[in-house]
Write a protein that binds this ligand. Structure first.
Ligand code: HEC
Length: 459
């Protein structure tokens, strides 16, 4: 430690004693104000802040200085910022990644003992009002009581209800899940429930949190007071699937006003059919919530979603069984019947996923690159939104390849020794020890000029 201080004192001494302006410029070349702050604020702060997954804040000079050595390490090893998609293959909104130059700057800055530079020239840190990417929400929906996370070191999978009541029907533009215990909330997937006001219901009461994964789902929903209470059919209110989604680093898409939107009845709830908490060693309370941003314009082009592979519209070939001690590749494909504009895509595998590759083959034999992931990482599963909608003509085929490594050399193999891994039955497949091979994409029917729409976030 002493040697380290000596070196940095010597460096300061040289700077102070040298009166030539060029020399001075050189010695204090890389500063927080001029070089590092913009890199950190753009590439790190969106996750390293309250309401997102990064385990500590990176929102100020002091934050960065506290973690300086780690910053150098995680950027040099390219562990951060996480961006599994090959940026030479296809481009997406919010693409993250540092250039070699930026990585070197961070290293040099840390080695020079983190000079701040001229703080009057510093750009200000990004502000995330209400812990949100989008500002002040029109509606914040909280669970009636917080989730108790037991400090027993195991994962918890819950079903949760976030009910709300408004004075009139409206349209939602963006639905954003905000984790409270940001180190523990791993993923969230949920649906929107809408009640017909002419029917009878009591969804504002009833159980809010359910933790028994073995119970019958219908019993769970009854305890949550989700079905209608009158005798009419259907008994179950309308569901809009997959409206709430969260994974570390996920930013809900905000499309231009002519695209997207969800009808929000004045009586409704978000039903998280799966919220996954990672293991904790102490008892904690979680009060995560859902932010809803209303849409000013009517819905013109609602977004559709299709899923290939596991539970999807297309068959996996060969049959989805991964024998022990094998690295095995699977393929699935689907033909586009009517021209569409593809908006965003979500590759999905579990722990032993190794590589993922999707592309579209036009009827004339041309290839449209969609996504290539060379090193699958279960932790970073984004919904990747294209910078512009991708037009897929009728007759185009979407091809997806996924490779799984079920050998003992794979440190993430959940079994030792390796065992045959397949997909489970129904919800069982959600378990991380089972595998999945899915390619989900959102789209709207194609309209002339779609390729020019800018999907880059305006917020
Ligand atoms: C997509 C969200 C996201 C982005 C962007 C991101 N981080 Fe992280 N970071 C995380 C999460 C989540 C963790 C904790 C889990 C882990 O370590 O894998 C983490 C962990 C870290 C750690 C601790 C690693 C350890 O081993 O304990 C450091 C240091 C770090 N990030 C620095 C950065 C820096 C520097 C950037 C920008 C160049 C950045 N992160 C960008 C989400 C992010």
């Amino acid at each position: 430690m002493r040697g380290y201080y000596l070196i940095s004192c010597a460096a300061i001494f040289i700077t102070a004693c040298n009166t030539s302006p060029e020399k001075k410029e050189q010695a204090s070349e890389i500063t927080w104000s001029q070089h590092i702050a913009p890199i950190i604020y753009q590439n790190c702060s969106p996750c390293h802040r309250p309401g997102q997954s990064g385990p500590f804040n990176l929102l100020s000079y002091a934050d960065a200085v506290k973690k300086a050595k780690q910053l150098k390490f995680v950027t040099k090893t390219k562990y951060m910022p996480p961006w599994p998609a090959d940026a030479n293959y296809s481009h997406f909104v919010g693409e993250r990644g540092l250039s070699d130059e930026q990585i070197k700057q961070i290293g040099d800055w840390v080695d020079a003992n983190m000079p701040r530079g001229d703080s009057s020239k510093e750009i200000s840190a990004p502000v995330f009002k209400n812990n949100s990417f989008f500002g002040k929400p029109d509606l914040v929906i909280k669970a009636q009581k917080p989730v108790v996370i037991k400090g027993n070191g195991t994962d918890a999978f819950l079903i949760m209800k976030f009910p709300y009541q408004m004075d009139r029907d409206t349209i939602a533009d963006i639905i954003e899940f905000v984790p409270d215990q940001r180190k523990l909330v791993h993923h969230v997937n949920g649906h929107l429930i809408s009640y017909d006001e002419k029917r009878q219901f009591n969804y504002m009461s009833g159980e809010n949190i359910h933790s028994d994964t073995k119970a019958q789902l219908m019993d769970v929903y009854k305890n949550m007071h989700i079905p209608y209470t009158d005798k009419l059919q259907p008994n179950f209110p309308m569901l809009t699937l997959n409206t709430v989604y969260y994974l570390p680093g996920y930013i809900p898409p905000s499309y231009p006003s002519e695209i997207g939107g969800y009808r929000l009845k004045k009586n409704g709830a978000f039903l998280l059919n799966n919220i996954h908490y990672g293991p904790s060693n102490k008892d904690l309370l979680d009060s995560s919530y859902v932010n809803v941003f209303f849409k000013k314009d009517p819905i013109k082009r609602p977004i559709k979603e299709t899923q290939l592979g596991t539970f999807g519209v297309s068959k996996i070939e060969p049959e989805f069984i991964i024998p022990p001690n094998e690295v095995k590749t699977f393929h699935t494909q689907a033909k586009i019947e009517k021209a569409i504009s593809m908006l965003s895509i979500n590759p999905h595998m579990h722990l032993i996923g190794k590589t993922f590759w999707a592309f579209a083959l036009k009827p004339n034999g041309d290839t449209i690159p969609l996504i290539k992931i060379h090193k699958w990482d279960f932790k970073w599963q984004y919904y990747y939104t294209f910078k512009h909608p991708i037009k897929l003509d009728a007759g185009t085929t979407v091809h997806v390849y996924g490779t799984f490594d079920n050998t003992k050399e794979n440190p993430l193999n959940p079994y030792s020794p390796p065992q045959t891994i397949t997909q489970g039955n129904g919800v069982e497949s959600m378990r991380t020890t089972e595998e999945m091979f899915q390619f989900i994409f959102t789209f709207v029917p194609y309209k002339e000029g779609d390729e020019k729409i800018d999907l880059e976030r305006k917020h």
